[in-house]
Write a protein that binds this ligand. Structure first.
Ligand SMILES: [Ca+2]
Ligand SMILES: [Ca+2]
Length: 107
């Protein structure tokens, strides 16, 4: 599979996850996820102890400059720990919700 095809497939999965989450049916407990030592749970951007579509939405809003993630929200959203909020973080959170991954690269 080429990288381009892989990305295309990944995007398809991400869109599918988004649709599922939008229906409000998916909620993932955050109990087993690493934190960054400040009580921040990676992926739980709104701090409601669940990683779900609401958190994905906050990353999306940040990406299109509708919402500015700061401080602990920024830390929670930067799940690959590269110091920026990017599509990579969005995809990782969506993969986590879809149970494609069980933890984030950054710990
Ligand atoms: Ca949340
Ligand atoms: Ca990042």
């Amino acid at each position: 599979m080429t990288a381009k095809k892989f990305l295309s497939a990944l995007t398809g999965v991400a869109m599918c996850v988004t649709m599922t989450v939008s229906a409000g049916a998916v909620g993932v407990s955050t109990q087993n996820i690493g934190t960054q030592g400040t009580g921040v749970t990676l992926g739980d951007i709104n701090g409601d102890a669940v990683i779900n579509g609401k958190d994905v939405l906050l990353i999306k809003k940040n990406l299109i400059k509708l919402y500015d993630l700061k401080d602990e929200r920024f830390t929670a959203a930067d799940v690959d720990c590269d110091g920026r909020i990017t599509v990579s973080d969005l995809v990782l959170v969506q993969q986590y919700i879809a149970k494609i991954i069980t933890e984030f690269p950054a710990k």
